[in-house]
Ligand binder design. Structure first.
Ligand SMILES: [Zn+2]
Length: 194
């Protein structure tokens, strides 16, 4: 065994091949997946070889990743994006660096850049019972769409959605808020990110 799989403790690495199939996961992958409530993704041999796109359900998030991956493969310059991977009691910001490798492969390296304890946020608790209602949550900043064009922080969203009293927590579907869309695509105008 070589040390190829060794990573810094706070850095999680996965790679896709030229066809966007998962080709490599760092040793600490399971820990990363579990920390992000992605239990189904925590068993490496069950997800290696699968398409990246089978893990990204919504159209807007797929579109953003398509844009970024196309750019990274074309310019061979790394792209850096921030993602909030919040759990009900922790606010965590990951920085993901996508780097083109040989043969169209791309490496994703995720590093925790900020972690903060906060008050329990029920809407992010996967174990709570949900109503039939569906609200959109941004895949990147985790703001929630509460009305036409208005996206607010999760804590604020609870207050707004709770306006009429004891509503049940709605289901979440992923999307991309206008601010994140603008900031991620704006970075494409600056090919030299590193
Ligand atoms: Zn956002």
């Amino acid at each position: 065994m070589t040390n190829n799989n060794k990573t810094d403790d706070s850095s999680y690495i996965y790679r896709i091949d030229k066809s966007d199939n998962l080709s490599y996961l760092s040793d600490n992958w399971s820990e990363f997946a579990l920390a992000n409530d992605a239990i189904a993704m925590s068993v490496p041999h069950l997800i290696l070889g699968k398409s990246l796109w089978s893990f990204i359900a919504d159209h807007d998030t797929r579109y953003i990743y398509t844009l970024v991956l196309t750019e990274v493969r074309k310019t061979l310059e790394p792209a850096v994006i921030s993602i909030n991977c919040d759990s009900p009691e922790l606010q965590r910001v990951f920085q993901i660096t996508m780097t083109a490798m040989d043969d169209g492969a791309v490496e994703f390296s995720s590093t925790v850049v900020e972690i903060r304890q906060r008050e329990y946020i029920k809407i992010l608790d996967a174990s709570v019972i949900r109503s039939e209602d569906i609200v959109k949550i941004c895949s990147f900043c985790k703001k929630i769409a509460v009305s036409d064009g208005k996206w607010v922080e999760t804590a604020e969203a609870i207050r707004v959605l709770n306006f009429f009293g004891n509503i049940t927590i709605p289901q979440l579907s992923h999307g991309v808020c206008p601010d994140c869309f603008a900031s991620i695509t704006a970075e494409m105008d600056y090919p030299k990110l590193m």
